[in-house]
Design a protein around this ligand. Structure first.
Ligand code: SF4
Length: 515
């Protein structure tokens, strides 16, 4: 055999560079479902269904194209596994296949890349790593952009890519005269709520997906979530249909309400395309082109289209660049010195905090929460509570369908938990229950009062918010963007601050007892 082409579970791109010079006469593809990824933290059942089903569909498409695929499918019995991890399986297969070279698209996970390099060296084989064309910006391109900069600012990177690719540009100026329209994108649903929402696309499981659902139910019955409720895209065609549905039905209102939360409405106007994107079933260029075309045709306003484009062309590319620029040190950052474990409600949703209970209902039912629930409810509470940032990343990797290492780590350890001390965000996202009260209706259904930091009905967010500022005041004093919040803390009399500390300690003890 000439090339053994390795395809990882998040590389299901029909136009993958790994297949560029594929010769069916001399080459073969190798893929493997591995138990380790499912069990090192107990992965959500629907996450397992998504990966295994999408991989099996990809395998079948390759075979239809006349490509030989060596595929390791997990079975219901762990004792029948030939290896628990990707590298062990590969090392077991390679001697019999006897390739001259291993070919892979550069993995999205630093750890996987290192392990593949080690395995190839142990096998005495060259490992050819090809650039991942899925992304707008290569790892080297980001490194070049970052070189010599004092800090990495999303806004500048985003403008650089907008100009470079001519996206939403009017000559050398941004379309509409501004680079972003955030001021238009902070509406709430008030007291009335969102009214009737557009339908969320749902995909009936086919025979392959049903087989995987049965496998997950048999092999991982204690994992969070319900495999049987899985209804997400597992092929490029389904991903394209999901994109089309978003552009038609939800993009026009996406911007205006992108930061709003409404209890019992997990999707609102969000795209829910990130899982398909991160498995490479969907090309980010297709998403950007479709959104821009909708604006050009007058079917979506600029504030919505620009907000969506910024998520894909800006933020998604930015966090990937940060990841590869700073790994492996990045994973070890813990700037706030947080060491806590996640409260038990992050696994079972059992809590009397209405906002967390609502977000967790979505996570458990769909392996999904929209970005503001992730950042300003589940992420915020973990940060205020003092969860270790890498533990929060691991939880995120287990519970969300769309989580892959390069996207999860900067978003959780960095953006959400401020573990990186300001590499991806210029300040911790800390807020009290008042923020959630403003952006959602959850507090109206909650036994706690978002205005109260101490006493019987004190909102745990509000207690922990003041406690967070109090604990970290020394560390955060130099941060210009936190001055207002720190001044408000200083205005509180010492007795009140002491009462908050006591309330926070009691809360931690209560929540920690169930962790
Ligand atoms: Fe969440 Fe506090 Fe509001 Fe309850 S009162 S929903 S815990 S922010």
């Amino acid at each position: 055999m000439r090339h053994l082409v390795l395809v990882l579970g998040d590389q299901l791109d029909p136009g993958s560079a790994a297949l560029d010079d594929f010769d069916p006469e001399q080459d073969a593809v190798w893929m493997g479902e591995v138990a380790e990824e499912a069990t090192h933290v107990p992965a959500h059942q629907q996450r397992l269904v998504l990966f295994f089903s999408a991989m099996r569909h990809f395998r079948d498409r390759l075979r239809e194209r006349g490509i030989k695929v060596h595929y390791h499918a997990l079975g219901p019995d762990p004792a029948a596994d030939r290896g628990a991890d990707f590298v062990t399986l590969l090392q077991a297969d390679v001697p019999a296949l006897a390739p001259q070279r291993l070919v892979v698209v550069e993995p999205g996970d630093w750890r996987v890349q290192r392990r593949l390099e080690t395995a190839a060296a142990a096998l005495g084989l060259p490992l050819e790593q090809r650039a991942d064309r899925h992304f707008y910006c290569s790892r080297e391109g980001f490194r070049d952009w970052a070189r010599g900069r004092k800090g990495l600012v999303l806004e500048y990177f985003y403008r650089h890519l907008r100009r470079h690719y001519g996206v939403l540009m009017d000559g050398d100026q941004p379309a509409g005269g501004a680079w972003n329209f955030d001021r238009d994108n902070r509406e709430t649903f008030g007291r009335e709520g969102p009214g009737e929402l557009p339908p969320a696309p749902s995909f009936e499981p086919d025979a392959t997906t049903r087989e995987v659902i049965a496998l997950v139910q048999a092999r991982f019955p204690g994992h969070p979530g319900d495999a049987a409720a899985f209804d997400q895209p597992v092929t490029p065609e389904q991903a394209e249909a999901a994109l089309d549905s978003f552009i038609r039905h939800r993009l026009p209102a996406f911007g205006t309400w992108q930061d709003a939360i409404w209890t019992g409405e997990p999707f609102l106007y969000h795209a829910r395309l990130s899982a398909a994107l991160n498995l490479h079933l969907l090309d980010p260029r297709r998403c950007v082109e479709a959104a821009v075309a909708a604006w050009e045709a007058g079917r979506a306003p600029l504030n919505a289209v620009e907000g969506f484009v910024r998520q894909i062309l800006g933020w998604r590319e930015f966090v990937r660049g940060v990841y590869w620029l700073h790994m492996p040190e990045y994973a070890g950052h813990n700037a706030l010195g947080h060491e806590g474990a996640l409260p038990a409600c992050y696994w079972d949703g059992d809590t009397d905090m209405a906002c967390i209970a609502d977000a967790m209902r979505s996570v458990l039912a769909h392996g999904y929460a929209h970005h503001i629930q992730r950042l300003m409810v589940l992420g915020l509470f973990a940060q205020l509570y003092g969860v270790h940032p890498y533990r929060f990343h691991e939880w995120h990797m287990a519970m969300y369908l769309d989580a892959v290492d390069w996207v999860s780590l900067p978003n959780t350890l960095g953006m959400s938990q401020y573990g990186d001390g300001g590499i991806v965000g210029s300040k911790p996202y800390c807020a009290s229950g008042a923020y959630i009260s403003r952006m959602s209706n959850a507090c109206r259904q909650c036994r706690y009062d978002p205005r109260q930091a101490t006493g019987e009905g004190a909102c745990p967010f509000t207690t922990l918010y003041w406690d967070f500022l109090d604990r970290h005041a020394g560390r955060l004093r130099g941060n210009r963007r936190l001055q207002f919040q720190l001044r408000n803390l200083q205005r509180k009399p010492e007795e009140e601050r002491a009462a908050i500390r006591r309330a926070a300690a009691a809360l931690r003890e209560r929540l920690g007892a169930g962790a």
